[in-house]
Design a protein around this ligand. Structure first.
Ligand code: ZN
Length: 359
């Protein structure tokens, strides 16, 4: 029986394919086959009102200019005992795919019977960005334009442009009301790489503990980014972190597996799963600041350092070649630190970031 506990104005069943098979010469229709994905469309989620179980929904987040709905996939796994509600979100930047694989793996593995509390998983927040192969929310207004959704939360409901309304609808009708803690999954932007890396506001001890439980390579103590999901949650007194998992437009299985393990470890720490909290042998490197090294001139950048590497002030970081392959400039570490991001796309214009140090 389908749940009727939502503030749902209407629900639909999305028809994903209709096949009619004809036997040919006899002209006798031998079979007709209609395939429906019975995924309920919801306008608002109230996970508290659901009985224990596992549910999949399409959240109606907005409409495109051709009138087609923008559905955001949602999975709820609710255990028989009350506990924390953990919200997991991925792909608010549409080119960042590792987090989608992390959520899908967790959803596949975890059943409600193993769980105390509720997982609310949203593996694909930015639907226009996913389709358009872009970090940004793609608007058709104004001849086409791009907005960074992760600078627009909590968004708006009845004012503002398409991206702000999309963010506001997600925030008010799907995300905020269903979270006691939140982990927003990202990667570094296209053309660069992160290790397993967490942004966390260490002024809140609960958030610091969440960051450590995820077992990343590195953590940045960070007071937040206005308009981001993480900071919007923290402002709403919901502990949250941004969890960076490698690079964009790839599925990096080793990092995905580690992120799954980290989130399960956080769930153990939160009393949502049975088990013992793992304390990794190597503590993560924790810093409070970035030193970004930018290209002064365009060309082909050769990286001379790797992710997680410890560097000293004056160490060689990168060499830039000109269009004839001739060395143009050398870039050195401006201070001691750890390499938290390197470029993976060697073609760099002036002003593009080559290396990011955490210290
Ligand atoms: Zn991102």
């Amino acid at each position: 029986m389908l749940p009727r506990f939502f503030f749902v104005i209407f629900c639909l069943f999305e028809i994903v394919g209709i096949g009619l098979l004809n036997s040919g010469a006899s002209a006798t229709v031998q079979a007709s086959q209609e395939t429906r994905s019975q995924t309920e469309v919801i306008l608002q989620l109230n996970a508290d009102a659901l009985p224990a179980g596992k549910y999949s929904y399409n959240f109606l987040a907005g409409y495109q200019s051709n009138g087609k709905p923008l559905y955001v996939p949602v999975v709820v796994i609710k255990g028989p005992e009350a506990g924390q509600r953990m919200l997991l979100t991925a792909a608010v930047h549409g080119d960042e795919l590792n987090g989608i694989a992390v959520i899908n793996a967790l959803v596949k593995e975890l059943g409600p019977e193993k769980l105390r509390g509720t997982i609310i998983a949203v593996p694909g927040l930015n639907q226009t960005g996913l389709v358009g192969n872009s970090r940004y929310y793609l608007r058709s207004e104004g001849g086409g334009s791009q907005r960074d959704l992760n600078r627009l939360f909590p968004g708006t409901l009845t004012e503002g442009g398409a991206a702000s309304r999309y963010a506001g609808n997600l925030w008010h009708n799907l995300l905020k009301g269903n979270a006691d803690i939140a982990v927003d999954l990202h990667t570094q932007s296209t053309g660069s790489d992160y290790p397993l890396f967490v942004f966390a506001d260490f002024r809140n001890r609960k958030i610091a503990a969440m960051a450590t439980a995820l077992m990343p390579d590195m953590i940045k103590r960070d007071s937040g980014q206005k308009g981001s999901l993480e900071t919007s949650f923290v402002t709403a007194s919901i502990p949250a972190v941004t969890f960076e998992i490698g690079g964009a437009k790839r599925l990096q299985q080793a990092l995905i597996d580690r992120a799954v393990m980290g989130i399960k470890n956080l769930m153990v720490a939160e009393g949502m799963l049975a088990g013992t909290v793992i304390k990794p042998l190597a503590a993560p490197y924790v810093g409070s600041s970035f030193a970004n090294i930018y290209a002064e001139e365009g060309g082909t950048a050769l990286m001379k350092v790797s992710l997680r590497e410890a560097v000293k002030k004056g160490d060689l970081l990168a060499i830039m070649l000109d269009r004839f392959g001739v060395e143009k400039r050398r870039y050195f570490a401006p201070r001691d630190g750890r390499v938290v991001s390197v470029t993976t796309d060697p073609l760099k214009e002036s002003g593009a970031m080559l290396v990011r140090l955490l210290y």
